[in-house]
Design a protein around this ligand. Structure first.
Ligand code: SF4
Ligand code: SF4
Length: 436
């Protein structure tokens, strides 16, 4: 694609990077076929190619974001399916991140929208505040029908009770069992540790049994992904910097062989720290090291040679429908590992059809774009119903919550099933009928 930036514009490293990305696009439109919003809406401006043109126009003319640009970029899920499809290697992720940051700096949203986005930015990354917000939402549930649609949607996602207790509440170091293999840092996640603390518990149990010493450093916090996708780049950088410094200290004081993340949206973000701080004189080296050390839990388990326990009694009659989170398959290129591990654990695994299409969760997307999110969920559930598995496995808390809104089939994190097959307790979400 031809571009027309001035030399002065190109002296800005962010503009220079976006220009390089734009020049790679050959307008072929292959990406349109796998873009969920284009598939659903059929509008060129809701396709990756259309959005790339909108971004080019906005950045080239150094214009404040217009209503049209904001409408169509807000509808983008950042699912990155277009990046997997693109034959020219267009890095849409870095382009849209830059565009979102430009929107945040130049566009004034209406007051209620601004307040809503600010609330998400403040509450979701803080586990204690998030817990209080969930309790408030539970109390507000009887009045939801008189609330605006998006608040109704938000309240519909709140569980009826909050799980209590997690190993993470009291301990920060989880000694290895058996022979020492690796010392790994665990990102506990913000929303996940409140909604599904069982996921961290299963991760810690399994890695400990496989000889890892698992540590959650005391000051580790939100990875920054929520703010990053809202275009609040400086907040995201502050959160990322705090994590980089905390993990770097741990690496220097006690050593870390790996950082393990079990929420793929967060994993994609931590792997992006190197890019986020690429121009920083003080942080580029440590950010690069942290990104390099980071693995999705399925990558680490494959590396450790996961096998089910010898006395494994998981029946191969239990069918598992695997839903691949976009952040895992498109953001981290982790595709086969979770399914291979589940098969090794003894389950009968089948990919849910149209696995490349987002379920509509996408971070805060289901709270901001509830209509499109709901449409994508219904499409995904139709594919689930076609397969009718006994269980659904996936690797991101956002997908677990979203899919749970549309089906009664239990939705679990892959690591919960792997822990079970490796001698851990049966996950509470699994019906008695599948007992061992
Ligand atoms: S990130 Fe997803 S929704 Fe956005 S343009 Fe690419 S494929 Fe479409
Ligand atoms: S597939 Fe790649 S090169 Fe083709 S239009 Fe999409 S982003 Fe551009």
């Amino acid at each position: 694609m031809e571009t027309n930036f001035t030399l002065e514009q190109l002296s800005n490293p962010d503009i220079a990077e976006s220009e390089t990305i734009l020049r790679k696009c050959v307008h072929c439109g292959f990406c349109n076929a796998t873009c969920p919003t284009h598939v659903v809406l059929g509008d060129e401006l809701d396709s990756p190619r259309g959005r790339i043109y909108l971004i080019k126009e906005m950045l080239e003319k150094a214009k404040p974001a217009s209503n049209v640009v904001v409408k169509h970029l807000d509808r983008c899920l950042s699912c990155l399916s277009c990046m997997t499809t693109c034959p020219s290697g267009v890095n849409y992720m870095h382009l849209v991140d830059h565009a979102r940051s430009h929107i945040e700096a130049t566009y004034r949203r209406d007051f209620s929208e601004e307040i809503y986005r600010s609330l998400l930015s403040v509450v979701l990354p803080r586990p204690l505040l998030f817990r209080y917000a969930l309790v408030a939402a539970m109390l507000a549930r009887p009045f939801r029908l008189v609330m605006p649609k998006r608040w109704q949607r938000a309240i519909s996602m709140v569980p009826w009770s909050l799980p209590s207790g997690s190993a993470l509440n009291s301990l920060h170091l989880f000694p290895k069992r058996g022979k020492t293999r690796l010392r790994v840092g665990l990102l506990p996640g913000c929303v996940q540790q409140i909604l599904a603390p069982n996921i961290n518990d299963a991760t810690i149990r399994l890695l400990s049994r496989m000889g890892c010493e698992v540590v959650t450093t005391r000051n580790i916090g939100c990875c920054g992904a929520l703010n990053h996708h809202l275009g609040k780049t400086s907040k995201a950088r502050t959160q990322a910097q705090a994590n980089i410094e905390d993990w770097t200290r741990e690496c220097e004081d006690n050593g870390l062989d790996a950082i393990v993340v079990n929420a793929s949206g967060c994993g994609t973000m931590v792997k992006e720290y190197a890019h986020l701080f690429r121009n920083s004189t003080t942080l580029s080296k440590s950010a690069g090291l942290i990104s390099k050390l980071t693995y999705d839990v399925s990558e680490l388990l494959e590396h450790l040679g996961y096998e089910a326990a010898i006395e494994n009694k998981i029946s191969s009659k239990i069918s598992v429908g695997y839903h691949s989170p976009c952040s895992l398959q498109h953001g981290q290129n982790v595709k086969s590992q979770p399914q291979n591990l589940l098969s090794a654990a003894g389950f009968s695994v089948t990919e849910i059809p149209e696995n490349h299409i987002c379920c509509g969760s996408a971070g805060t997307y289901n709270l901001l774009q509830h209509k499109l999110s709901e449409e994508l969920l219904q499409r995904k559930i139709a594919n689930v119903d076609f397969l009718t598995p006994d269980l659904i496995a996936t690797g991101n808390i956002g997908c677990i919550t979203q899919l749970g809104l549309g089906t009664d089939i239990p939705v679990l994190h892959t690591v919960e099933l792997l822990d079970w097959a490796h001698g851990g307790p049966k996950p509470i979400a699994i019906p008695q009928a599948y007992g061992v």
